[in-house]
Design a protein. Structure first.
Length: 56
């Protein structure tokens, strides 16, 4: 599994979860967009942290 397929899998899961939450009226579209933005920020930080730890 390479990085491109991992990104696609994360995107599919995020949109499936968002569709479920929007369909059940648990969240509105603004909350969904904020949640996805937050998840992307956390993922970007985790990637940066892991990358920096591997540097000599």
């Amino acid at each position: 599994m390479n990085w491109d397929s991992i990104q696609q899998l994360v995107r599919i899961v995020a949109y499936a979860a968002g569709g479920y939450l929007l369909g059940d009226a648990v969240a509105n579209s603004e909350q969904f967009q904020a949640a996805i933005g937050g998840l992307l920020s956390i993922g970007a930080f985790a990637w940066w942290y892991a990358w920096e730890r591997k540097r000599p």
